[in-house]
Design a protein around this ligand. Structure first.
Ligand SMILES: Nc1nc2c(c(=O)[nH]1)N=C([C@H](O)[C@H](O)COP(=O)(O)OP(=O)(O)OP(=O)(O)O)CN2
Length: 145
């Protein structure tokens, strides 16, 4: 079994529309994330690297200095009010830590599919996201690529 682990961080704004508490107002977090990818044996590139640490960290940095929204919060999708390049649209009902982790999980799998297509390898991809030092969510799923 082989395993690659990277840590990164990113700064974002968001709000939990409809949430019965302070999180319904726009606020920011410095999120911390850990991506762990494991499989029996990674394919290697021309430098004998499996997945590049930098590429996996870059996935988390896609969210850096962005406003995280879902389609339920149209305010930030209006280009007269907010620059589109400053917004990341997440799937789901709200920009919860759950939906942030699933966004990163999807992007990590897209990256593996781009780098090592068609090898039939079962990768276990775990994404741990820390919204604050006390609030943590982890998703772990297998993707066969
Ligand atoms: N399951 C989830 N619960 C909550 C989420 C979430 O995304 N998933 N999000 C929030 C808020 O956005 C935010 O995390 C604030 O949480 P809260 O614990 O109220 O904030 P604190 O400032 O008290 O955090 P500390 O780190 O303990 O200071 C709420 N719940």
């Amino acid at each position: 079994m082989e395993k690659i682990i990277v840590h990164s961080h990113f700064h974002t704004g968001h709000r939990q529309l409809g949430y019965p508490g302070k999180c319904k107002f726009v606020h920011g977090h410095t999120w911390r994330g850990t991506v762990t990818v494991s499989c029996e044996a990674f394919p290697r590139d021309h430098l004998d690297m499996a997945l590049d640490f930098g590429d996996l960290k870059a996935v988390m940095r896609l969210l850096d200095h962005k406003m995280l929204v879902t389609e339920q919060d149209a305010t930030f999708l209006d280009s007269d009010l907010f620059e589109p390049e400053g917004v990341v649209m997440l799937k789901g009902k709200g920009p919860s830590v759950e939906n942030v982790a699933l966004y990163i999980w999807d992007k990590v799998v897209d990256h593996i599919r781009d780098k090592f297509p068609g090898h039939g390898v079962a990768y276990t991809v775990e994404v741990l996201i820390q919204e604050t030092e006390n609030n943590i969510f982890v998703v772990e799923k297998i993707a066969t690529i």
